[in-house]
Every structure is written in structure tokens, then in C-alpha cells.
Ligand binder design. Structure first.
Ligand code: CO
Length: 130
């Protein structure tokens, strides 16, 4: 475990959220892309090494779309950077943690998995190999 990689924040509109995070708070956007398989538009804004990840759903039936519908905009997940994702996943699986997906590529081409909140004390946790 090296650092918090990012905080994922679900927003209805990236352009609206960027008016705060970029224009008012003064953060820079280091990456903006669409992750098709997650049905999200992503903007990454570094805060030193860790980043804020703004997530805008591209469809209502996406994970982020449903999250916003149910709970409104807000903090969606915390991402921790790991040096070897496959090793971390093996260790978690063998100790009974509940993973939500097999390692796959997300924004910026980085490998990630999500760990279910029932295993983490109620927080949706992303492990990312960056
Ligand atoms: Co994330």
C-alpha cells in the first residue's frame, strides 16, 4: 500500500462540477476520458499525488447513474494504489474479501478492482495499480 490514489466523486454533470473544482478551487484537469464499460465520463484533478476523480454517468442505468438516483451526488469510492494488483487480489480472495470484479482497465489504462463495502467497513474501496 503506497498512497491514496484518488477519491471518486459521483456528479450529475462534469461541466457543472468543474466550475467548482477547476474554476473556483483552482485544480487542474490532468485527464478527461470516457470509460465505455463503466458508462462514465471521467475527469482527474491532481491534489499533489492523490487525485480527485469526477464521475459523470453516460446513462441512467449505469452504476454511477443508479448511485446518483438513489443517494444523490457525492463521494462514491476511495482508491488505494497498490504495487501489484494481481498479488493483492489473490491475497484478498484467499482471505475471503468480497471483490466486485476481476482486474480490468479503467481511466488512464490503469488496472483496478473494487472491493465490496461489506468487506471494508462500509466504504466502496478501489485498488488500483498505477
Ligand atoms: Co476510481
Amino acid at each position: 500500500m503506497t498512497t491514496i490514489d484518488h477519491l471518486g466523486i459521483a456528479v450529475k454533470s462534469l461541466d457543472q462540477a468543474l466550475k467548482f473544482y477547476r474554476d473556483q478551487l483552482g485544480l487542474n484537469v490532468s485527464l478527461r476520458e470516457t470509460v465505455e464499460h463503466e458508462k462514465v465520463n471521467v475527469a482527474m484533478l491532481p491534489l499533489g499525488e492523490p487525485r480527485i476523480e469526477l464521475l459523470e454517468p453516460t446513462t441512467q442505468d449505469s452504476v454511477i447513474g443508479k448511485f446518483i438516483e438513489k443517494r444523490g451526488e457525492g463521494l462514491h469510492h476511495v482508491a488505494i494504489r497498490v504495487p501489484d494488483l494481481v498479488a493483492s487480489v489473490e491475497k484478498l480472495k484467499s482471505s475471503g474479501a468480497r471483490l466486485l470484479n476481476e482486474p480490468r482497465q479503467g481511466a488512464g489504462g490503469h488496472l483496478y478492482v473494487f472491493v465490496h463495502p461489506s468487506s471494508t467497513g462500509g466504504v466502496l474501496l478501489e485498488l488500483i495499480q498505477a
